[in-house]
Design a protein around this ligand. Structure first.
Ligand code: AMP
Length: 365
């Protein structure tokens, strides 16, 4: 198996693939990449390096990606040598907010009000469409709340657009969130689609903080989220694992983002489901039957960010004293504020007890 990208998602894919007996080659320019440490072979090269792509394509029976910012052209190049999923067309839509929002609107999936901004001149009409406050988001390479800023006036919108260097942006109406939920699914070559239980997600500073599973939303909303996620995957002709993030606004679902890969809000599956999202990625990539997505226990996932590495680092003892908490660390060499270093899953037959312990440990780390 080959994977483009050597972050934590690639690392967990690599572990799942090796557990199933596959050998794994990781392409990532960073010599200390979390996935590279786990792989049989780490090709340390850029994602556009033709020689490295050729080597990956020749060595691997199938190749996938762990992040959407890999150049779509590299996936097309690789597809000339080997099986690649998800396909370049799906990744191209998900990696650019303007393409993603336009595709969703054209295909009838509800989103927050938005406008595409290519020049300062587009801002006035855009603000008329979205209202204020609004969020100006760079179309490409934004993640975890980076590359987006809240604007209240025309002047603030202009200043923000200039601050982003005039690159293409999406202006989005700032909606009043009741909550956020996500669906992680897997779709096979034959169009079979299986979904993991819905996660209810809480973000802090634009970064996922806590996922509660199963989401505490009415059944009809959960059914609707599943149906929309599946319809998106079908319409894209998607093959592999993907996630759809939703906003719940006035009891309605709005699609926020599509991730063409396993997702942070699916990390709970590692300990709480029959099959986890990374094994599922291996299965989908290899054309194997998809695994059972059944939830074995209510679970709360908490992200561990680099902010906690001060005063001697996190207090693991407190966490590990609880036999129903499972710790996952990603092997990153340097801790930086906002950097995802690991996560932990709290399992309890009683979801509110899991949530209470998760909150307590989040404070105690
Ligand atoms: P994003 O990177 O676009 O997924 O944004 C990160 C987080 O910021 C989301 O999960 C929300 O919590 C918040 N957010 C993003 N867009 C909006 C919006 N239009 N209205 C309200 N909150 C938003």
């Amino acid at each position: 198996m080959g994977i483009l990208g050597g972050g934590q998602l690639g690392r967990m894919f690599t572990i799942a693939a090796r557990t199933m007996g596959y050998k794994v080659m990781v392409l990532d320019p960073d010599f200390a990449s979390p996935a590279g440490q786990m792989a049989d072979v780490h090709l340390q090269a850029e994602y556009t390096d033709h020689g490295a792509l050729k080597q990956l394509g020749a060595a691997c029976a199938a190749v996938t990606t762990e992040f959407e910012n890999v150049p779509a052209a590299s996936l097309i190049e690789l597809a000339g040598h080997t099986r690649v999923s998800p396909g370049a067309a799906c990744v191209a839509i998900a990696q650019d907010r303007s393409h993603e929002k336009s595709w969703l609107a054209e295909n009838g999936f509800a989103t927050a009000p938005f406008a595409l901004i290519y020049s300062e001149g587009d801002l006035d009409a855009g603000l008329a469409d979205t209202g204020t406050p609004a969020l100006l988001k760079v179309a490409r390479f934004g993640y975890d709340g980076k590359g987006q800023v809240r604007v209240n006036t025309r002047e603030e919108a202009r200043a923000a657009f200039r601050e982003f260097g005039g690159q293409p942006c999406v202006l989005e109406g700032f909606v009043k969130l009741e909550c956020e939920v996500s669906v992680v699914l897997a779709r096979s070559d034959a169009g079979e689609c299986v979904m993991f239980p819905i996660a209810e997600n809480r973000h802090e500073n634009g970064i996922l903080d806590v996922s509660v599973v199963s989401a505490r939303v009415p059944d009809h909303l959960a059914d609707e989220a599943r149906a929309m996620a599946r319809a998106i995957a079908d319409r894209l002709g998607y093959v592999g694992v993907m996630a759809v993030e939703f906003f719940v606004v006035s009891g309605r679902l709005l699609v926020n983002e599509i991730a063409p890969r396993p997702h942070n809000s699916g990390h709970y599956t590692l300990d709480a489901c029959v099959t986890d999202q990374f094994e599922q990625q291996v299965r989908a990539l290899c054309g194997l039957p998809l695994g059972d997505t059944r939830l074995l226990s209510p679970v709360v996932m908490v992200n561990i960010l680099g902010d906690r590495w001060h005063d001697g680092g996190p207090h693991w003892d407190a966490l590990l004293a609880h036999p129903n908490i499972k710790l996952h660390l990603y092997g990153k060499e340097a801790a930086r504020p906002g950097r995802k270093m690991g996560h932990f899953n709290v399992l309890d037959a009683d979801l509110s007890a899991a949530l209470a312990l998760a909150e307590q440990m989040r404070g105690a780390l």
